[in-house]
Structures are given as structure tokens and as C-alpha cells.
Design a protein around this ligand. Structure first.
Ligand code: JB2
Length: 214
């Protein structure tokens, strides 16, 4: 039987996750947030700050990471690592309308949202998000805590490094590699490999920024 879940965060991404969890008929205990004044989300109550999670036995609950924004990329990973180290596990959330090959391998905490597709022989690392309507074609190797934003198209045999963000509606052509922590701008078309820690944008995509903070 599936354990009840607690969501970390009560913003836009959490709203979408809560909706998916409700459709999956998963029991939701509540959500945590640094903002103590937040209202219930779809009727799910605010429990308090993240310390509230520690009142629950890690063997009796699972967590769902509600940090989705590009600004909270580092926090998303930190929260995952912090609670994993304390023995908590992160639930996979797969919306009932998503199409996920039984031959795809999904690590803990992967989130595949409404209408998304993940094809065979793909591997998605811990905490990775395949957001609304995004498509990940065959044999893609996607790292941990990657966000593939709504409507993006990741074609076959693509590799994406840990912590990368693929913007809404971007297209990654066959066999390209995206370096860890790099950002692909919304609507970009990536036709050649992208190094680590850069931002690319445009059609075809070009480097527009080098990240200094990892
Ligand atoms: O350390 C934290 C923390 N820091 C901020 N712990 C917890 N539990 N919560 C934290 N927060 C809370 O996360 C903020 O107070 C806020 O309520 C929430 C983030 O909400 P926001 O809507 O700003 O971001 P999001 O990640 O839920 O959604 C963004 O990313 C999605 C993928 C939005 O841009 C959405 O439009 C987008 N679909």
C-alpha cells in the first residue's frame, strides 16, 4: 500500500503535484512552507515549516518535492539530500494521463506530469521533473534534479546532466548532450552539445551566459 505523502512547498508546482496526487487517490497529510501565512492548497493544509516533517516517522510517510522554479533549483536538490540523509524517501508522482514506458527506469522522486511521455530505455535520475506535455524519446539519459519544462521535446539518445533546466517548448535534437546545471531557454532548438554551467537560447541555440554560481 502507498504511504501518505507530505509536500515540500505550497506554490505553483506544488499545486500541480497536489492535483496529480489527488487523481492518483494518494493520501496527502499536508504541505510545508517557509511562509507561515499560506492558505490551504486545494484543501490540503499547511503543516508549518520543514521541521514539521521530522515529527513523522520516515517509515510511515513519503515526501514530494514541490520546488519547481528555475530560481529554486539548488534548494530543490538541498531539500532532497537533507531529508534523504534523515531516512525519508521521495515518492514518484506519475500523473494518470502520462505515458511512461515500462522499459524506462525512474529513480526516487521523479515527477511526470499531465500528458507527458517517457519512452523505452530512458533513465531519469532522482527528483527529475518531466512537466506538463513534455516528451522524452527513446534511450535518453537524464540526470538527477533536471527540470524538463512544459511542452519541451527531448528526442532520442539525448543526454542531460544533473541539475539542468530545459525551458518550455525547447527542442533537443537527436543525440545532443546538455551539460550539468546548464539552462536551455524557452523555445530554443539545440542542435549541438551544450557545455556545463551555461545558458543557451535561440534557434539554433547559442551560449548567451556563463554561470558563475554553481
Ligand atoms: O525551504 C523551503 C522553501 N523556500 C521557499 N521549504 C519549503 N517547504 N517551502 C519553501 N518555499 C516556498 O515554496 C515559498 O514560500 C513558496 O510558497 C513556494 C514556491 O512557490 P512558487 O510558486 O514561487 O514556485 P514553484 O516552484 O512552486 O513554481 C514555479 O515553478 C513551476 C515549475 C512557478 O514558476 C510555476 O509557474 C512553474 N510551473
Amino acid at each position: 500500500m502507498s504511504l501518505p505523502v507530505i509536500i515540500l512547498g505550497g506554490g505553483g508546482h506544488a499545486l500541480v503535484l497536489i492535483d496529480a496526487l489527488m487523481q492518483l487517490k494518494r493520501e496527502i497529510i499536508g504541505y510545508t512552507d517557509t511562509d507561515s501565512g499560506k492558505a490551504p492548497v486545494l484543501g490540503v493544509p499547511l503543516l508549518g515549516s520543514d521541521e514539521k516533517i521530522l515529527e513523522h516517522d520516515p517509515a510511515q510517510v513519503m515526501l514530494v518535492n514541490g520546488m519547481g522554479s528555475i530560481e529554486s533549483r539548488a534548494l530543490r536538490r538541498e531539500l532532497h539530500d537533507l531529508f534523504r540523509a534523515r531516512g525519508y524517501r521521495f515518492a514518484r508522482v506519475i500523473h494518470p494521463s502520462a505515458v511512461v514506458s515500462p522499459h524506462a527506469r525512474l529513480e526516487d522522486g521523479v515527477q511526470i506530469l499531465a500528458g507527458a511521455v517517457v519512452q523505452p530505455e530512458c533513465r531519469l535520475g532522482a527528483g527529475t521533473i518531466v512537466n506538463t506535455g513534455a516528451r522524452v524519446d527513446h534511450e535518453c539519459l537524464v540526470g538527477a534534479h533536471v527540470h524538463i519544462a512544459p511542452g519541451s521535446i527531448v528526442t532520442g539518445n539525448v543526454r542531460i546532466g544533473d541539475g539542468a533546466h530545459i525551458g518550455a517548448g525547447a527542442v533537443l535534437v537527436k543525440e545532443v548532450a546538455i551539460g550539468a546545471r546548464s539552462v536551455v531557454g524557452a523555445g530554443a532548438v539545440v542542435v549541438e552539445d551544450v557545455p556545463e554551467d551555461v545558458t543557451v537560447a535561440g534557434v539554433p541555440a547559442r551560449v548567451i551566459r556563463h554561470r558563475t554560481v554553481k
